[in-house]
Design a protein around this ligand. Structure first.
Ligand code: NDP
Length: 329
């Protein structure tokens, strides 16, 4: 068996040295347990926060302990009736080739509706983040203008497509010309390469009628520019701030409060687990739209257990389009 542990806490941008591989025997499942074989590991930006010490909405990873995150796994040995051998599950599990579970927090993945890996993306945590953040907080109406930052990522690409389903005009920002082209393919009205464009000018040109909804995945200069375009009663879903996750010091920037005040805008931060009781309803609706061909998805799949840290670090370099995953088996 192989496990990836947190070797040390990063200061600034994490590196491969913050992770350590450990080899051990494959364990056997005891009474009340299942043995799981990892198929896909999800690498997610929020895991960067868990590498830091200190209080947040999830407990930090501990040094010398396994990294834990979203995993799709197959049951290979079972002493739990509800998880027979051969069934495929999704859960929060260690970065490990084989792991034991008592079944708590595991969900069986239904066979049929979609590839199992989608339960880490479109039909899993990122899809639900897009679903509740956009539909509950932003509530886009037909004809309104929606801006999504981090638009070509796991959450952002779903947000844009959901906003199109609701009849809005959608503008996305992303970090390469290939990502911009991809966003237009999946139906975004406008897409901006924030690395090459003059961000305020490009956003103003793309949103001649101002911005009614902003789904913020990244923060920083893009967010500063969007706040200058807000319409009266604009709604902002504060989902992520990836542009500052590796900053050693708290970022200093324009103070947006005056802009929110003048536009009577609503800014709401949220964590997808706030909506836990409604997750089944969200998965059902996302599955239906996917099956009707109204939602497309994209994955960047890296192969090999040993590549998990590199795939995670790649999130901060924009290496992924859509959901970043590692195929382990
Ligand atoms: P993504 O698939 O979007 O991957 C991260 C992407 O962020 C990269 O591909 C890169 O794309 C972009 N990025 C990296 N560094 C920067 C930077 N300095 N400035 C701007 N963009 C950058 O990840 P997710 O879709 O999983 O997550 C998107 C956001 O949503 C994150 O902030 C995450 O923390 C947040 N999130 C919040 C949740 C919640 O409950 N509130 C739940 C899930 C996610 P590019 O090439 O465009 O730069």
């Amino acid at each position: 068996n192989q496990t990836i542990l947190l070797a040390s806490r990063p200061s600034g941008t994490p590196t491969a040295d913050n992770f350590r591989f450990e080899t051990s025997a494959v364990p056997a499942a005891a009474a009340g347990q299942v043995l799981l074989k990892t198929l896909y590991v999800s690498v997610d930006p929020y895991m960067r926060g868990r590498m830091n010490a200190g209080k947040s909405y999830v407990a930090p990873f501990e040094v010398d302990q396994p990294i834990v995150g979203g995993v799709v796994a197959e049951v290979v040995e079972s002493h739990l009736e509800q998880f027979p051998v051969g069934s495929v599950v999704v859960g929060n599990l260690p970065w490990q080739r084989y792991s034991l579970s008592d079944g708590k927090g595991l969900q069986r993945i239904p066979t049929g509706p979609a590839p199992v890996s989608y339960f880490l993306g479109l039909l899993g945590m990122p899809g639900l983040t897009a679903y509740f953040g956009l539909l509950d907080i932003c509530q886009p109406k037909p004809g309104e203008t929606v801006v999504v930052s981090g638009a070509a990522g796991a959450v952002g690409m779903i947000v844009g497509q959901l906003a199109k389903i609701k009849g809005a005009r959608v503008i996305g920002t992303a970090g390469s010309d290939e990502k911009v082209a991809y966003l237009k393919e999946v139906g975004f009205d406008e897409a901006i390469n924030y690395k090459t464009a003059n961000i305020p000018a490009a956003l103003a040109a793309a949103a001649p009628n101002g911005v009614d909804c902003y789904f913020d995945n990244v923060g920083g200069a893009i967010t500063d520019a969007v706040y200058d375009l807000l319409n009266k009663h604009a709604r902002i879903a504060l989902c992520g701030q990836i542009s500052s996750y590796n900053d050693a010091e708290a970022p200093v920037g324009p103070r947006p409060e005056g802009k929110l005040l003048k536009t009577s805008a609503k800014l709401q931060g949220f964590i997808v687990s706030d909506y836990l009781p409604q997750w089944p309803e969200g998965v059902k609706q996302l599955t239906q739209w996917y099956q009707e061909g109204k939602l497309q998805t994209e994955e960047t799949v890296t192969e090999g257990f040993d590549q998990i840290p590199a795939a995670f670090l790649g999130l901060f370099k924009g290496e992924n389009t859509g959901k970043a995953l590692v195929k382990v088996a």
